[in-house]
Design a protein around this ligand. Structure first.
Ligand code: ADP
Length: 223
């Protein structure tokens, strides 16, 4: 995944906000990269642009060297807030994308079993999200993203709403899932320890407000 000189200007009632300015970085195949930075520095924006959920004002997103626009099955997302379908069971949540693709029930059951085991939620397949703790819901969200077999997993502060202990457990769960699935992961966080614990490489995103009015120039550098 290559983010090339990406800029993003939001037009608001009060004027313009420059969220990103010539931001460039790349994530190699199979690499686990975190972007670390304070709140408001543009992490979510760059992740959403990589996901194709937001359009860049300038620059390009490349996957395998080819420019992409808009979302695609090659990228899976996990957000901070639990975005599970409340009316579906754990198993149905995990295999929802496969069902849309027409994958038969028997194969879906097989995939669900595999990911339930990977995330340590065997026996919970018939539960509904409302019956699960926050950490369990995030496990299901990760399993659901992986079950669609994206090349790249884009994660926006996925453990930000969890208590410290659950967060540590989830970091272990994610590393295990990553090692097994060999996914390329881009993970954003404002937590220094989390960032260092998880990543092969850490990019630090800094916000330097005040240089230009209403602008937040961004630099990205490998420390
Ligand atoms: P982070 O994820 O690092 O907290 P964001 O990417 O959410 O930062 O935000 C970067 C900057 O862009 C902030 O100044 C924020 O207010 C602004 N911003 C983000 N999304 C929007 C939007 N939809 N409209 C206007 N401004 C936005």
């Amino acid at each position: 995944l290559e983010i090339k000189e990406v800029g993003k200007v939001f037009k608001t009632k009060k004027g313009e906000t420059t969220a990103l300015e010539k931001t460039s970085f790349s994530v190699s195949e199979g690499e686990f990269v975190t972007i670390l930075g304070p709140s408001g520095c543009g992490k979510s924006t760059v992740l959403r642009i990589a996901a194709g959920l937001e359009e860049a004002t300038s620059g390009q997103v490349l996957i395998d060297g080819k420019p992409v626009s808009g979302p695609g099955p090659d990228r899976g997302m996990v957000f901070q807030s639990y975005t599970l379908y409340p009316w579906l069971t754990v198993k149905e949540n995990i295999t929802f994308g496969l069902k849309l693709k027409g994958v038969p029930q028997r194969e879906r059951d097989h995939v669900a079993r595999h990911y339930l085991q990977l995330i340590g939620l065997e026996g919970f397949e018939k539960h509904y999200p409302v019956q699960l703790s926050g950490g369990m819901k995030q496990r299901v969200a990760i399993a659901r993203a992986l079950a669609n077999e994206p090349k790249i997993l884009l994660m926006d502060e996925p453990f930000g709403a969890l208590d410290a202990q659950t967060r540590n457990i989830m970091q272990e769960v994610l590393l295990k899932a990553w090692e097994e699935s060999k996914k390329t992961i881009l993970f954003i966080t404002h937590d220094v320890e989390e960032s260092i614990f998880l990543a092969d490489s850490v990019y630090v995103m800094t916000a330097r407000p005040g240089r230009l009015k209403k602008k937040v120039p961004i630099t990205l550098e490998r420390p």
